[in-house]
Design a binder for this molecule. Structure first.
Ligand SMILES: O=P(O)(O)OC[C@@H](O)[C@H]1O[C@@H](OP(=O)(O)O)[C@@H](O)[C@@H](O)[C@@H]1O
Ligand SMILES: [Mg+2]
Ligand SMILES: [Zn+2]
Length: 182
């Protein structure tokens, strides 16, 4: 039986893979950080469940389609499983900022989807790891502990400084995992 403190929810762009201000629009543009793939596998081996919650407004904006997004996620799963890791669930929000959905971070809808997928009563004590303030806000809304990584937009988020109370800051996902499981 999974306990909430053994669940780590990851933002995708800027945490697992390089981000771009022009969106990640194709499988070729989806370039993982090798250390992040290995870090996910280390979490699995340490008994953690790992899930992903990612805003993908590029779909609503017409930059790419869900078939392309699924190809990126199949590649992610293949790379993680090749390292002996596992991803329990990938939640994504295909909507745009004006669509008034319940799943676009900073709203916690995707985290609640993950909660139900892994059969947890609560996410209190789970981890949310992101590079943007909205990732941390979504996590805090449902009681997650929060970690900011400096990759992707993380350094900019850190410099802005707002909303980082009780958030731990790490250079990258690998450093967070070193701290969490060592
Ligand atoms: O970091 P996650 O949630 O995995 O994904 C973020 C991406 O969907 C894109 O989100 C966009 O924000 P808007 O959706 O345009 O506000 C921009 O920040 C892009 O640079 C970024 O690639
Ligand atoms: Mg991000
Ligand atoms: Zn949505």
């Amino acid at each position: 039986m999974l306990s909430a403190d053994k669940l780590v929810i990851l933002d995708r762009d800027g945490v697992i893979n390089h981000d771009s201000d022009n969106y990640i629009k194709s499988l070729n543009e989806w370039v993982p950080y090798p250390s992040s793939i290995k870090a996910i596998a280390r979490l699995t081996r340490a008994g953690y469940f790992v899930a992903v919650a990612t805003n993908q407004s590029g779909i609503a904006r017409g930059y790419y389609d869900e078939k392309t997004l699924h190809a990126m996620h199949e590649q992610l799963i293949t790379l993680v499983e090749a390292e002996g890791g596992h991803i329990a669930h990938i939640a994504y929000c295909p909507h745009g900022p004006d669509d008034k959905c319940q799943c676009r971070k900073p709203l916690p809808g995707m985290l609640q989807e993950i909660q139900h997928q892994v059969n947890l009563e609560s996410l209190i004590g789970s981890w949310m790891v992101g590079d943007s303030l909205r990732d941390l806000q979504a996590g805090k809304a449902v009681g997650c502990k929060t970690a900011l990584v400096r990759t992707g937009k993380g350094s900019k988020t850190e410099q802005k400084g707002a909303g980082l109370e009780k958030t731990m800051v790490f250079d990258d996902l690998a450093q967070f995992v070193d701290w969490l499981i060592e």
